[in-house]
Design a protein around this ligand. Structure first.
Ligand code: SAH
Length: 244
């Protein structure tokens, strides 16, 4: 039921994916990227995640990456040169499917976008800071601008970590059972059905009988009906997308 064609595409692609993240604060997300499912996916050779400290690409002795904005506005803006030098160094080595800039005014990050990006071979994710980056980088080097939601963060690192997590966990082999990733919320625009584990009764709170029945067909039917009911109740906007 869930995402069968997507799984077929996955099965055909078995190259190691590479994600290069450019940031002024690599230490902010280094731990996150090397733990749990992302860490395991890297150790299994399913993905390589490289962090690049933008300050390594500066040419001034203070390793400064920002300057005052033209026009007398408040705040600081990340300069073109270090970003251009870093991206050029990476693109000289290999072709990138997308050069992504994390930005609150970008396209909203969604599960379908994560699915599409997980099929890419090489991705760059550039994290902004301060007031943002010199717009000329966005005009000339960036191929995709992505927001993780309608709020403003202090930097793009959390956005890059969110994207890397959502992208990597659906690479086949990253989590034990691919079917499990494909039955998560938002695949097929449906929210996931509730899940339960042992004991079957806790403080008098019971697991639905059907899940203990061993009747696989009936359980599948229950799972789908729960997904539809929860989506209609909690996210009617998603149901409208299915109807279209
Ligand atoms: N002045 C900018 C916000 C800068 S916030 C504006 O009003 O649009 C600093 C950096 O944090 C941004 O350049 C971006 O890289 C990152 N960022 C902030 N909010 C984000 C969001 N919702 N999604 C993705 N990146 C975000």
């Amino acid at each position: 039921m869930h995402g069968f064609p997507l799984f077929c595409i996955f099965a055909l692609t078995n190259k190691t994916m590479r994600i290069d993240i450019i940031t002024v604060l690599p230490e902010l997300i280094e731990g996150f990227l090397n733990e749990s499912i992302l860490g395991r996916a890297q150790r299994k050779g399913l993905v390589e995640i490289h962090l690049h400290n933008l300050r390594d690409y500066t040419t001034n002795k203070w390793r400064r990456v920002d300057d005052y904005p033209f026009g007398g506005f408040a705040g600081m803006v990340m300069q073109c040169e270090p970003i251009d030098r870093c991206i050029s160094a990476l693109t000289a080595e290999r072709h990138y499917d997308e050069i992504i800039f994390t930005s609150p005014d970008g396209e909203q990050f969604t599960q379908p976008m994560a699915n599409t990006l997980s099929l890419c071979e090489n991705l760059i994710i550039l994290c902004g800071h301060y007031k943002g980056i010199d717009y000329r980088i966005r005009e000339h080097l960036i191929t995709k601008e992505v927001s993780i939601g309608d709020y403003v963060l202090t930097g793009g690192e959390l956005a890059a970590a969110v994207m890397a997590d959502a992208i990597v966990r659906i690479i086949p082999g990253a989590i034990g059972d691919e079917q499990s990733a494909l039955s998560d919320s938002f695949q097929d625009n449906l929210l996931a059905a509730p899940v339960y584990t042992r004991p079957a009764e806790y403080k008098g709170w019971k697991v639905p009988d059907i899940l203990l029945s061993g009747n696989e067909a009936k359980i599948k039917e229950w799972e789908l009906s729960q997904s539809i009911e929860r989506t209609k109740r909690l996210r009617p906007d998603l149901i409208q997308k299915i109807d279209k």
